[in-house]
Ligand binder design. Structure first.
Ligand SMILES: [Zn+2]
Length: 171
C-alpha cells in the first residue's frame, strides 16, 4: 500500500508540470492496485502492461507521459519545473491544465515549488492526498468513501466531476 509514510521524496515523482505522481491513477494502479490497472486498461483501450508508470522523471513512464511536451521543453531549457521558466505559464501548460479537473491545482503547485522547494512541496502533497485515518495515498479521482478504510475524503477537486471518476476497488 502506498502511504504518506512509505512514499518519500523522490525527484522522479515530482512532475515538471507540477503534478504529484503518487496521486496519479496510473501510478497508483502500477504500484498498489492491480484491479485499477485492469480497469484503466479497459477504459483507455490499451494492454494492461501499458498501464505502468514510475513517475515523470523515471525511466518507465506511462504512454501519455512519454510524449509530454512540458517534460521535453523543460529538459531542453535545463529547468526542473515549468514555474521557473520565463515563459510560465505558457499556452501549452495552460491548455494542459484546463484539460482535467485534477490539474486545477497546478498553478498553486508551481508557486509552492518555487517558494518552498520541491522537497517541502512534496511533503505538503503527501499530507494532502493521504487518508487522514489510514494514511493511504488516494488519487484526485478517488470518490469519497472509496479509501480502503472507508473514510470520506473531503476537499477533493474531482468530486464535482463524477463522470470521470474511476472507483477504487476495495480489497
Ligand atoms: Zn483510509
Amino acid at each position: 500500500m502506498l502511504t504518506k509514510t512509505n512514499v518519500q521524496f523522490d525527484a522522479r515523482l515530482a512532475a515538471v508540470c507540477g503534478l504529484f505522481c503518487p496521486a496519479c491513477s496510473v501510478f497508483i494502479a502500477s504500484h498498489d492496485d492491480p484491479a485499477r490497472r485492469q480497469q484503466l486498461a479497459a477504459r483507455l483501450n490499451v494492454p494492461v502492461e501499458a498501464v505502468y508508470c514510475d513517475g515523470c522523471r523515471a525511466e518507465k513512464r506511462y504512454l501519455f507521459c512519454q510524449t509530454c511536451k512540458m517534460s521535453a521543453c523543460a529538459t531542453e531549457k535545463g529547468l526542473a519545473f515549468c514555474g521557473a521558466c520565463a515563459d510560465y505559464p505558457c499556452e501549452g501548460l495552460q491548455a494542459f491544465q484546463a484539460e482535467c479537473p485534477h490539474r486545477i491545482e497546478l498553478w498553486q503547485d508551481q508557486e509552492r515549488i518555487q517558494a518552498l522547494g520541491a522537497t517541502a512541496w512534496f511533503e505538503e502533497k503527501l499530507a494532502h492526498y493521504a487518508c487522514p485515518t489510514c494514511e493511504t495515498l488516494n488519487s484526485a479521482y478517488d470518490l469519497s468513501k472509496l479509501c480502503l478504510c472507508g473514510i470520506t475524503r473531503a476537499g477533493n477537486p474531482a468530486i464535482s466531476h463524477p463522470q470521470i471518476l474511476i472507483p477504487r476497488d476495495r480489497k
